[in-house]
Design a binder for this molecule. Structure first.
Ligand code: NAG
Ligand code: NAG
Ligand code: NAG
Ligand code: NAG
Ligand code: NAG
Ligand code: NAG
Ligand code: NAG
Ligand code: NAG
Ligand code: NAG
Length: 454
């Protein structure tokens, strides 16, 4: 059975490689969105304020490690690329459109396009643009870290089992292979089922899904920021009787239509004109903060399993975890969790990445996010933490003049200050200080994992 899966995967990757290797998918990309810090790209103004539906952009240009340091290992944790709306978003969008398109006359010139608008997006799956984001990430990874790769040291790749995550992983490997002119074609080696213990998903904690957060907080914020926007829509389409949730759903058509059609949607212009995106952006910040972030008591513990896997790889010692790891997959010596490699890439979801950030101590906030008043000084921005195809990268390096390895960590290319392990001005911590700083993970989440099953 296992052999069959491996053969099937190899075939899949080969086919993919043959398809993609020769000619890249024809997506009319402005590559500015990939590399620079300015990234309006094909979607133009405001597309970096679409919360967790922001197309990938580099928050900062990549900075090389300090001189005298040589990277010896890289660990990438990456979100799937852009997708269609989920089933529940789909339902909310349809309900809102039904009201808006059901009026006898739309009076506002700005809303005229709604009359003939057809909503025909898919559900849940990666969109071609999202596949391209993942493919581009793979080619960028080869370009940046080629010196870590040889025929015995290919990236070891895992993915959580959701189709869009698996396809992001295989598009990444295809991009990686193409960039190496077909010389290095990594395989997707492990797919971890989302219905079991899974360090690449937040579904292993049953009590989390029955929590009232983040729905309570997002509802409060939506009620706060949408009323004047809803009033403007209802004035332009008398009788539509839209409410706050309808407005929230209609705004989301901007990112979803744009990434699906690969051009800026008219919904973006409509809601930019109504100054809706500052409020929409903050909705995503609140959503992530109270879903698996610092605002959710059962959130961060979902990131502990991945952090313990990361520590195992960085220190070349077996995984020690009592939370979401699957002890069969991660057993010492298991082919599904090899140690001692130079390159690891894992594919996942935004909520898991947020749990990892919070369990690790990244993006600490001076005050919790307030669900009725946005703090303009917050550094917790969903668009910068978990845009589509977001990536957290941990580089391990040796530096001349020191016997100790060092680590630095980037989120969407922005080097994180790592105050918790006393990083230097380049963001470098000694590996031992970094390990030491991760006591919450090493202690299995200080007993919080048990609360998942209460
Ligand atoms: C890339 O993702 C798309 C989904 O958008 C999928 O159809 C395709 O098979 C994937 N390609 C590879 C090489 O995995
Ligand atoms: C983007 O902003 C620029 C400068 O503010 C403006 O000239 C342009 O019309 C805007 N484009 C869109 C699509 O909003
Ligand atoms: C909607 O489509 C019809 C039929 O193609 C066309 O006559 C009408 O002008 C369109 N309305 C708008 C507002 O674009
Ligand atoms: C652990 O992984 C193995 C191998 O994939 C799988 O058969 C098993 O169901 C998993 N168990 C749990 C509890 O996740
Ligand atoms: C947005 O505002 C611009 C500038 O006033 C206008 O040209 C455009 O028609 C408006 N678009 C929508 C959809 O409201
Ligand atoms: C709604 O209120 C916000 C916050 O005061 C403001 O920025 C925005 O321009 C207003 N929008 C409309 C359509 O009046
Ligand atoms: C799966 O997780 C549960 C809860 O943490 C744990 O009791 C169990 O041993 C794990 N199973 C495997 C195969 O790792
Ligand atoms: C949020 O801000 C409002 C308005 O400033 C304030 O009344 C409320 O107490 C704050 N809530 C929290 C939990 O800090
Ligand atoms: C594994 O972690 C537990 C705490 O979760 C600790 O008590 C134990 O000593 C660790 N084992 C090893 C071999 O490091």
């Amino acid at each position: 059975m296992a052999a069959l899966i491996v053969v099937a995967l190899l075939f899949y990757v080969l086919c993919a490689y043959v398809t993609l290797g020769a000619s890249r998918p024809a997506v009319p990309l402005d590559v500015g969105y990939l590399s620079g810090s300015s990234s309006a790209g094909i979607f133009e103004n405001g597309s970096e304020s679409w919360a967790q539906y922001t197309p990938y952009f580099a928050v900062e240009p990549y900075s090389a490690p300090p001189s005298g340091c040589q990277i010896t290992q890289v660990n990438i944790l990456q979100r799937h690329g852009a997708r269609y709306p989920t089933k529940s978003s789909h339902k909310a969008i349809k309900a809102a459109l039904k009201k808006l398109q059901g009026v006898s006359q739309i009076t506002s010139p700005d809303l005229q396009f709604v009359t003939n608008f057809t909503f025909d997006l898919g559900e849940d799956d990666l969109v071609p643009f999202g596949a391209q984001e993942s493919y581009d990430a793979g080619s960028q990874a080869y370009e940046r870290y080629a010196f870590l790769v040889n025929s015995d040291e290919l990236p070891f790749v895992r993915a959580s089992s959701k189709a869009r995550v698996v396809q992001s992983a295989t598009n990444w490997t295809a991009g990686f292979a193409a960039e190496s002119n077909g010389v290095y074609a990594p395989a997707l080696s492990v797919i971890i089922s989302e219905s079991s213990n899974d360090t690449l998903d937040d579904a292993s904690c049953p009590a989390l899904s029955s929590s009232s957060s983040p729905d309570a907080e997002t509802a409060a914020w939506i009620a706060t920021y949408t009323p004047n926007i809803t009033a403007a829509l209802n004035a332009g389409a008398p009788g539509a009787d839209l409410d706050a949730d309808d407005t929230q759903a209609l705004i989301s058509l901007c990112p979803f239509e744009s990434v699906a059609n690969e051009e800026r949607s008219e919904w973006c212009d409509l809601f930019s004109n109504l100054s809706a995106f500052a409020g929409y952006e903050y909705w995503g910040d609140v959503d992530k903060y109270y879903n698996t972030g610092y605002g959710q008591p059962l959130g961060p513990v979902n990131g502990v399993g991945y952090i313990n896997e990361l520590l195992a790889r960085l220190t070349d010692t077996p995984v020690n975890d009592s939370t979401s790891t699957n002890s069969t997959l991660d057993a010492p010596g298991a082919a599904t969790f090899p140690l001692g490699l130079t390159f690891y890439a894992d594919f996942t979801h935004d909520n898991l990445m947020i749990a990892v950030y919070s369990a690790m101590g990244l993006f600490p906030q001076a005050t919790p996010l307030n669900d009725t008043e946005a703090n303009p000084d917050r550094t917790w921005l969903a668009s910068e933490l978990v845009p589509f195809a977001a990536r957290m990268v941990v580089e391990r390096m040796d530096c001349s003049g020191s016997d100790e390895p060092y680590v630095r960590l980037m989120v969407n290319q922005a080097v994180q200050p790592l105050a918790f392990c006393d990083a230097d001005e380049n963001g470098l911590c000694s590996l031992s200080a970094f390990v030491e700083s991760q006591a919450y993970a090493r202690n299995g989440g200080d007993g919080q994992w048990a609360e998942c099953f209460e």
